[in-house]
Structures are given as C-alpha cells and as structure tokens.
Design a binder for this molecule. Structure first.
Ligand SMILES: [Zn+2]
Ligand SMILES: [Zn+2]
Length: 279
C-alpha cells in the first residue's frame, strides 16, 4: 500500500480561501490523482495557523495574519463530505504544550502531524521578514536549536507523526550550512525521539525545494529506524499534482534501508501496512 498522510487542500497563500478549497469538487481532483498514482490512503492536514483557534496557542504576527478560518468547519467538511483521513499539521511551540493539547482535544482527528517551522519568532522555511537566516545567525546554532526543538516535539507526546524532520535544510545551498557533521545535530533530537512513540515522516517535499533531498536525510532516518520508530510516507502536497511526488525514490530509499511497512492512522490509532504499489 501507499499512503499520503500530509496533504493540504490548497496552496499556502491567503488568497487560497477555505470557501474555494474545502469543496467536494476540489477533493475529487485530489482523489482522482491519488488513484491514478496508486495511492491508497489519503489524509488531509491543513496548517493550524490558518484557523482562528490557533491564536489561543500563539499570537505570532504571521499567524495573526493567517488565522481566518474556522477549525470546526474544516473538520465537519472533511468528515461529512469526504472519505479522507482527517488530520492537522500543528506546530510545536515550546512552552505552549497545554494550549496545543487544548486545541487538539476539540477535534476527532485521525492523525496529528507535529512540525517545527519556527525557532522563537524566526521561521525556518519562510523567506522575508521572519527568515531565521536574515540576522546572520550561526548555522551550527540554528541547526542545533532546530534539532533540540524537534526532540522536544517528539517528547511532548502531542503528535502522531514528526513532519519533514530535517526541514532546517530546506534552503539547500541558498543559505549557510553548518560546519559540523550534520549527525552531531541529528543526535540532539534522538533522546526525545527514542523515548517517544512518534512516527517519522519520510517526505518527498524536500525534492521540490532548494534542498533537492527527501526529508529526512538517510543518516537521520537510519538513526530513527535504529530507535525503532515507524515511518509515515507523505508528499506534503499543496495541489493535486504534488500527490505522491517522486514516490519511486522514497520507496527505493526505504527498501534499501529494509523498511517494509509504513504507518496508517485512523482515530489516532496506528497500524502498519505493507509498503509498495499494489500489483
Ligand atoms: Zn510543514
Ligand atoms: Zn505541510
């Protein structure tokens, strides 16, 4: 089987409104492409910061600008009018664990993705005024803080899956790289990951970005597998055409590393399904 459990029903820009994208017609566009590409399980995971309720967690100016939709309406739409798995991509905001838990308690999720997009107020994957690299930060410090935060996210127990686990590399050669061996930084996340029950997302989205690599890197993925963490396979699609993007490469990587099963999630219960295209 193949899953895609990290899917957005719209691009990230504010013009992509809920009205126009949380529709049966839009979802049909996704399910048609998924079936053409042999993807058996599709789960949607809208960004938490698009919903007004997110401001109970954090009032970052970027969130304030983006938090316009109603979380309950999104959940109702997915449950009542589609047969998609219902998920959400929730940021891990250190110190706000109780508030995150409160928001998550309000929904009957199939799965919750945990993402680290911000270090303090600075964004790891956004250019412009919030770009973490804008201030000339030391790359080793940025990477260390990113992976420490990722480990905390795992340890929080709030999430079923850690999304794009080495997102800090998203810019590839367009931003400074750490001088240290990246494995030093990965190690900073491993206590938290090893003590958690979280699944590790293998995401082909990095292949669409300047990083030109799957998330996570093989070295980091090997550490997670040694910590006996299961794998969730996703594309982080923001359009139907992104679904299952370059899955051949992800499946080959997982096969090389001896991974034969991936995660499916329903009502936050995890099961393992055999990995691969149905023959
Ligand atoms: Zn993300
Ligand atoms: Zn995403």
């Amino acid at each position: 089987m193949l899953t895609d459990l990290h899917v957005h029903l719209r691009p990230d820009d504010l013009e992509a409104s809920a009205d126009r994208h949380f529709t049966v017609e839009n979802v049909e566009g996704y399910t048609e492409v998924a079936s053409e590409r042999g993807i058996d399980v599709l789960g949607v995971s809208e960004h938490v910061h698009r919903f007004r309720e997110a401001l109970d967690i954090w009032r970052h100016p970027f969130w304030i600008d983006n938090a316009v939709d109603d979380l309950g309406a999104y959940c109702d739409f997915v449950r009542a009018e589609t047969d998609l798995r219902l998920g959400i991509e929730a940021d891990f905001v250190p110190g706000r664990e109780d508030r995150i838990a409160n928001l998550l308690e309000g929904g009957d999720w199939d799965f919750v993705l945990g993402s680290v997009h911000f270090l303090g107020d600075a964004a790891v994957d956004m250019g412009g005024e919030w770009d973490v690299w804008r201030t000339g930060a030391d790359p080793d410090k940025v990477w260390a803080r990113y992976f420490e935060t990722l480990g905390e996210a795992a340890r929080s127990g709030l999430f079923d899956v850690l999304s794009h686990p080495d997102l800090v590399k998203v810019w590839g050669p367009e931003r400074p790289r750490p001088a240290r061996d990246p494995r030093f930084h990965y190690e900073l996340a491993m206590d938290g990951i090893g003590e958690s029950d979280v699944a590790i997302e293998v995401s082909t989205a990095g292949l669409r970005k300047a990083a030109r690599e799957i998330y996570p890197s093989p070295d980091f993925l090997i550490m997670c597998l040694e910590a006996r963490r299961p794998v969730a396979l996703s594309s982080d699609a923001h359009t139907p055409n992104d679904l299952g993007y370059r899955y051949e490469e992800a499946v080959e990587l997982l096969d090389t590393l001896g991974v034969r099963e991936i995660v499916d999630l329903e009502r936050r219960e995890r099961r393992l399904v055999p990995l691969g295209w149905e023959s």
